[in-house]
Design a protein around this ligand. Structure first.
Ligand SMILES: *[C@@H]1O[C@H](CO)[C@@H](O)[C@H](O)[C@H]1NC(C)=O
Length: 318
């Protein structure tokens, strides 16, 4: 059953914002979704049947999705896949962990996901408020990763500009910033996206794990253990003795993934070039792209929106 997309949802879709080339965004229940994949998202929301054993990775765009996919896949599958002969050596992380709505509900068609080996590992960008209700009801595990707003914005802006065709001019940083600041960005508003998962992680810490990119970067081994504990498969004494945590840390590091042939060539099903998913992976690159005024504006807004909830970021220089 294919859902005919936009017209039926007129009542919930409001303005279409063309600012973020190449993705037109449309507002749906307070969040900005890519119009192009609206039928995928709606079909998934309506029809996905979650099981308690599912693991759903959620990120805000450009906050370390590729890394989180590699880490989670490797931790969950470490008894099955030896690091010397591992699927990540020949396949891009985006191939191994499918995008639940965009990869699997293509054109609104409903896939049969019942035969996938358990635990099923999926990824999405949807805000908490828009998750398929079965994901909440099944009480399955959710791992959320986000990053400080300045690096997220810069990374998003540079990334989206790579999708432009040769005859299209890049989106000026001022224009992109204005939209981001107003909350108009892929799956934004950014701050509301964070808060939905932040609150859920405070309410159900055993089922919703909230990770900040800056902290993951600072101590990957700590977070690998945290991830394994959360997933119900803690590292055993023997695994610790053989240094498996550090081995996985190195195996999934930005530098090592980036250097693999598979991640230099080819593209994902949705047309993103694999190499574009590995840019710099550092904290604080915003310094090279944002003006003083932008920094101040973004810091102020972030403080207003998040600090009352106890959510702050170590985002390097100030
Ligand atoms: C583990 O690996 C198998 C085979 O590569 C794959 O089918 C399965 O989805 C993986 N499971 C997880 C949780 O990543």
């Amino acid at each position: 059953m294919a859902m005919s997309c936009v017209p039926e949802h007129n009542e919930t879709l409001s303005i279409v914002e063309k600012g973020w080339k190449p993705f037109e965004l449309s507002q749906y229940q307070g969040f900005w979704l890519p119009l192009k994949y609206f039928s995928e998202t709606m079909a998934c929301r309506e029809h996905f049947e979650s099981s308690k054993d599912d693991v759903i990775l959620i990120t805000t765009p450009k906050s370390g999705t590729t890394w989180l996919k590699a880490l989670s896949f490797t931790v969950l599958n470490r008894t099955r896949h030896d690091l010397n002969n591992h699927p990540l050596l020949t396949r891009n992380p985006h191939e191994l962990v499918p995008w639940l709505d965009l990869d699997l509900y293509v054109d609104g068609k409903i896939p049969d996901l019942t035969n996938l080996p358990s635990p099923r590992l999926f990824f999405m960008h949807l805000p908490y408020e828009l998750l398929p209700t079965s994901i909440i009801e099944s009480n399955c595990r959710i791992i959320y990763l986000c990053r400080n707003p300045k690096d997220t914005f810069v990374s998003l802006w540079l990334f989206l500009n790579k999708y432009l065709s040769e005859d299209e001019a890049p989106v000026p940083v001022e224009e992109a910033f204005e939209l981001f600041h107003r909350g108009i960005s892929l799956y934004g508003p950014f701050w509301e996206h964070l808060l939905g998962y932040w609150k859920a992680s405070l309410e159900r810490p055993e089922r919703v794990l909230f990770i900040k990119y800056e902290e993951l970067k600072e101590d990957p081994a700590f977070h690998l253990r945290r991830l394994a504990d959360f997933l119900g498969c803690p590292f055993s004494d023997e695994e610790e003795r053989e240094g498996l945590v550090e081995k996985i840390e190195r195996f999934c590091s930005f530098e090592s993934l980036k250097s693999l042939e598979v991640n230099k060539i080819g593209s994902t099903r949705l047309g993103g070039e694999n190499k574009n998913f590995f840019r710099r992976g550092v904290v604080g690159d915003w310094e090279n792209h944002l003006t003083e005024e932008m920094i101040e504006k973004l810091d102020k807004l972030t403080q207003q929106k998040l600090e009352g909830f106890g959510l702050t970021f170590k985002d390097a220089k100030k």
